[in-house]
Design a protein around this ligand. Structure first.
Ligand code: ADP
Length: 402
């Protein structure tokens, strides 16, 4: 079965075409700057990555061009070969604890919770609509970033604020990066051949940590929005909320300005002026004092969550897993984190840590043989998670209809 895995943002549309269940990538690429005058896209054809500029007024233009490219490059002979499209949807609210086929009702429900993710859900809905129009015979599936965390219990997802805000406005912890946390949980389930207890550290530009008990998520660091939990590339994570009011008064600025600062100009960026861990690492070797401070802060926050989740898992942790751009490739962040975990009996093999770089094709264990808990570095793959969920749903439906 050929299916598309789609991740649509407000001005982007990333895609992969898979042959399932083989999980073979037939092509991949991305449309960027949709809705501006600088529209452009890349698409992989065979060994070549083609780059073109294009008029991309909206997501419909991107979808139309993508489908034309698939046919003209003989990646598919007929668009009817694409049986399904899986869409990444950031917010599934309280309603969705797993991926679902998109019906009119589902689309309405996703729209009705757009308030919870005003930057993300409307863009994803535009993507869904564009595909529904362009290939009406294909099934559409919604894969939510929040769904995997819906197993968290109320005592852990409620905030200590007026309860009616939860009842009236759905204010609670939702958690994000669920497709990645689920992918790593499934990978570890197959490695350890059991439903594992895990602490998963998804360290990208955005970053979150999850506690997994017997294969099920019981807590995660992100909250009502993705700006909660640990310090990130440009986001502050958990802070004392009173800072907001104080800074608004001091700087004589409005809430939007402070909100922007806390999302885009905080975290590593706020302390060092840099948000990319690759730049941070170069400055670390140059002994840049601000960078050393930022790395200490950053890894302290990761350690806080690991320690908290260790207790939450009753001290029974089968593995700690690092994943996403930073977790997969940044040996400094991993070393600085793991060294602080010595009170738990966790210890690192520094050579293995240096060698284990996913970008160079190396995954595996970076703790040493004496470590009380093994520490893994694993590649995540959110697009493949979307493809797997989509395939499972559509394949099941086909089987029932047969
Ligand atoms: P996101 O989707 O949040 O942007 P990614 O998982 O793509 O996250 O991770 C991107 C981040 O990963 C970059 O901002 C950078 O900080 C980090 N990263 C990527 N490659 C490397 C590398 N080779 N070494 C260290 N950090 C890296």
């Amino acid at each position: 079965m050929k299916l598309l895995s789609i991740n649509a943002g407000s001005s982007t549309l990333k895609f992969r075409l898979y042959e399932m269940p083989e999980e073979k990538i037939l092509t991949k690429g991305a449309f960027e700057c949709i809705g501006t005058e600088n529209g452009e896209y890349t698409i992989r054809v065979g060994d070549k990555k083609i780059h073109k500029e294009a008029q991309l007024d909206d997501h419909n233009d991107a979808v139309r061009i993508l489908l034309e490219e698939l046919v003209s490059n003989h990646i598919v002979t007929n668009l009817n070969e694409i049986e399904a499209v899986g869409h990444r949807i950031v917010h599934g609210g309280n309603k969705y604890s797993k991926s679902v086929e998109i019906t009119r009702r589902v689309l309405k429900e996703i729209e009705s919770i757009s308030d919870l993710a005003p930057l993300h859900n409307p863009a994803a809905i535009n993507g869904v609509r564009a595909f529904m129009e362009a290939i009406p015979n294909a099934s559409m599936v919604a894969c939510f970033d929040t769904a995997f965390h819906q197993t968290i219990e109320d005592a852990d997802y409620l905030y200590p604020i007026p309860y009616e805000w939860y009842i009236k406005y759905d204010v609670r912890k939702y958690g994000f990066h669920g497709l990645s946390h689920k992918f790593i949980t499934e990978k570890m389930t197959s490695i350890l051949k059991k439903k594992p207890n895990l602490i998963i550290c998804h360290i990208g530009n955005g970053a979150s940590i999850s506690a997994i008990k017997e294969g099920v998520c019981i807590d995660t660091s992100m909250g009502f929005t993705p700006n909660a939990g640990i310090m990130m590339g440009t986001r502050c994570g958990d802070i004392d909320y009173s800072i907001i009011n104080y800074i608004m008064k001091k700087e004589e600025r409005n809430l939007e300005w402070v909100d922007h600062k806390l999302n885009k100009d905080s975290g590593l960026q706020g302390i060092t002026g840099m948000n990319d861990l690759r730049d941070i690492d170069r400055a670390y070797y140059a002994n840049d004092q601000k960078v050393l401070l930022a790395i200490t802060m950053y890894t302290n926050k990761i350690v806080d969550y690991i320690a908290k989740y260790f207790v939450k898992l009753g001290g029974k942790v089968d593995a700690i897993c690092f994943t996403a751009g930073g977790g997969e490739n940044d040996d400094i962040i991993r070393k600085e984190t793991i060294q602080k975990l010595y009170p738990l009996g966790i210890s690192i093999d520094e050579d293995k840590n240096k060698e284990t770089i996913v970008r160079k094709g190396c995954e595996g264990i970076i703790s040493d043989e004496n470590s009380s808990i093994p520490v893994y570095v694993l590649a995540t793959d959110e697009e493949l998670m979307i493809a797997r969920d989509t395939y499972e749903i559509i394949n099941q439906k086909k089987t029932i209809n047969e």
